[in-house]
Design a protein around this ligand. Structure first.
Ligand SMILES: [Zn+2]
Length: 189
């Protein structure tokens, strides 16, 4: 088969040389409240894996990332993928967080709740850098399950999108509670 990192023939999904470029990402605490665990720093082969998955729909890259994500999860909880803006899903034919959650769910046995509605970015934000953009606004399609929720996304940059999703799900009258978030890679914007 072909190495997902460099495209050379190899016996495994990721050759030894590409494997050495994977750097474990440190845990982060957003707003002194939301613990985010990520598999890898967003560079080297990890970045190429994400791109192969997001932009080319590579099934092998998706499973490789899902297997790494399973190691970061608590034993119980419901996975909540952060939906991509609709136009992005249409242009790339994949909603990466949901596709990761589906694989992680099947490997871990955790359920996936797909109740967050995708954000609509306001026009006029395209020219601004990611850190300058307002975080997206999510909507709830239905009441979240009354249990511990684990947000899941492909990449974390500033973390504001994860915080926005947590805010959308939080409500004093709800038993649902976001306990942590996991992402495949972590980058600094
Ligand atoms: Zn390689």
């Amino acid at each position: 088969m072909v190495c997902l990192g460099c495209g050379r023939w190899d016996k495994t999904d990721l050759c030894r040389a590409c494997g050495t470029t994977l750097v474990e990402a440190p845990d982060r605490l957003l707003d002194s409240d939301l613990l985010v665990r990520s598999c890898y720093e967003h560079g080297g082969a990890a970045r190429r894996l994400i791109h192969a998955f997001k932009y080319r729909g590579s099934d092998r890259a998706g499973w490789l990332l899902a297997r790494a994500l399973v190691c970061l999860l608590p034993p119980a909880g419901v996975l909540v993928p952060l939906p991509r803006a609709s136009w992005r899903t249409i242009s790339y034919g994949i909603d990466p967080a949901f596709e990761l959650a589906r694989r992680v769910g099947s490997l871990s046995g955790l359920q996936v709740w797909k109740g967050l509605s995708p954000p609509l970015y306001k026009s006029g934000q395209a020219g601004r850098s990611r850190s300058q953009r307002d975080p997206p606004i999510f909507w709830l399609k239905s009441e979240p399950p009354a249990t511990e929720l684990i947000l899941i996304d492909d990449v974390i940059t500033t973390g504001r999108t994860l915080l926005r999703a947590q805010q959308t799900l939080a409500h004093p009258t709800r038993a649902a509670r976001v306990v942590m978030a996991v992402t495949a890679t972590a980058t600094r914007d």
